[in-house]
Ligand binder design. Structure first.
Ligand code: BYC
Length: 339
């Protein structure tokens, strides 16, 4: 049983792997069947045999993705009580709730690979597991909320639409719904910023200042350059990753430049220009030292984000305990009635 239900104790051991590890000659045949499926672009399902490294890679990526979704609730959640109108508050509440839902689908997808929810959360809470660098930046003004929708969710969609075609069935299927919701998030961010750009001089300045702070971290969000991306080649071979980090980053820049022009904001890059020959935009150098410092726990808000998450988990213990007690009582009552 997967451990997403509230009435499953925290101490539930890792679910057994659907198909045990097989060593020796039988393994070669299984590996061959797996490779043929990948080559034929067929889906791998939880009950199918898969190489351990494929399983490990998926658990790593899907759990990091899930962690990003739930940590990503914090920078925006920070503004729910300060949203400028009832309409904006309702939209923001729904969006933050959606991110929590994305985390749940993704944890469930990771659990189909035989890793328990407890193990996944433990990796996050002890700082062993990664989550997206972008959520370690602060949300200083209301415009940041719009910019997260427009640029962060925009980058997320660019990265995540290809994952709808990932070779692992549960991950691919979870991504379909997530991408639909992310599209709404991106549109609401753009609309919120457009409204501010039609407002006062102060509102326009607030949007521009937020765009200046978020642009470069958003570009870094796609991951290191292809030449420095240790997981890319194997991820592509397995059909987990369909488009490389640099190619997605380029697509994002090309899609965003015209949107910025419509909005009337300047993207903070003096080297950003159309390259006629490449039929793509050139852009300036990303600060990879800042990216790695952030990924490795030393970004502006890493410690705060993790501490908030651990506190929420600890504070929620009574809810899990109450759910377990209630489930046990119901079970006992059902047994008594059946007797
Ligand atoms: N931040 O070899 P690479 C969202 C790590 S949720 C931190 O290229 P790979 C949203 C990478 O993990 C956004 N770490 O790796 C939510 C690897 O380290 P490990 C999250 C990063 O896996 C709420 C190392 O760098 N999206 O959008 O081939 C509200 C080398 O990288 C980052 C996903 O998780 C980063 N930015 O490619 C709003 C999508 N980039 O694990 C919005 C799913 C790289 O070897 N994930 N690293 O120790 C992916 O598509 C891929 O895992 C990545 C990295 C493109 C992120």
């Amino acid at each position: 049983m997967y451990t997403q239900a509230l009435d499953v104790p925290d101490s539930t051991p890792a679910a057994p792997q659907a198909v045990p590890w097989v060593a020796g000659p039988a393994e070669a045949a299984l590996q061959e069947r797996f490779d043929l499926k990948i080559d034929a672009d067929q889906k791998i399902e939880p009950q199918d045999w898969m190489p351990q490294a494929y399983r490990r890679t998926l658990v790593r990526q899907i759990s990091q993705h899930a962690h990003s979704e739930i940590i990503g609730m914090q920078p925006e959640g920070n503004w729910i009580s300060r949203a400028p109108s009832l309409k904006r508050k309702a939209i923001l509440l729904a969006k933050v709730q959606d991110e929590g839902g994305h985390g749940l689908y993704l944890y469930s997808a990771a659990e189909t690979l035989g890793t328990s929810r407890d193990q996944l959360l433990d990796g996050l809470h002890t700082g062993k597991a990664k989550y997206s660098s972008i959520f370690n930046y602060p949300t200083l003004t209301w415009a940041d909320v719009g910019v997260i929708g427009w640029l962060v969710d925009g980058a997320a969609i660019m990265n995540q639409v290809p994952i709808c075609r990932c070779s692992y069935g549960p991950y691919a299927r979870a991504m379909i719904r997530i991408c639909k919701e992310e599209s709404f998030h991106q549109r609401q961010g753009f609309e919120s910023l457009m409204t501010m750009m039609k407002g006062t001089e102060g509102q326009r300045a607030m949007v521009q200042e937020a765009v200046n702070r978020w642009w470069w971290p958003v570009l870094a969000m796609f991951g290191p350059p292809d030449a420095d991306s240790p997981n890319s080649a194997q991820g592509m071979r397995w059909g987990i990753k369909r488009i490389s980090n640099d190619a997605l980053r380029q697509k994002f820049v090309d899609a965003t430049v015209p949107q910025a022009a419509i909005m009337g904001v300047t993207l903070p890059d003096s080297e950003l220009r159309w390259n006629e020959e490449r039929q793509q935009h050139d852009y300036g150098a990303i600060d990879w030292d800042e990216f790695w410092a952030t990924v490795n726990g030393n970004g502006p808000c890493n410690k705060e984000r993790l501490a908030t998450r651990v506190k929420a988990h600890t504070d929620g213990q009574w809810v899990r305990d109450a759910a377990l007690t209630y489930a046990a009582k119901q079970k006992a009552r059902a047994l008594k009635e059946a007797a």
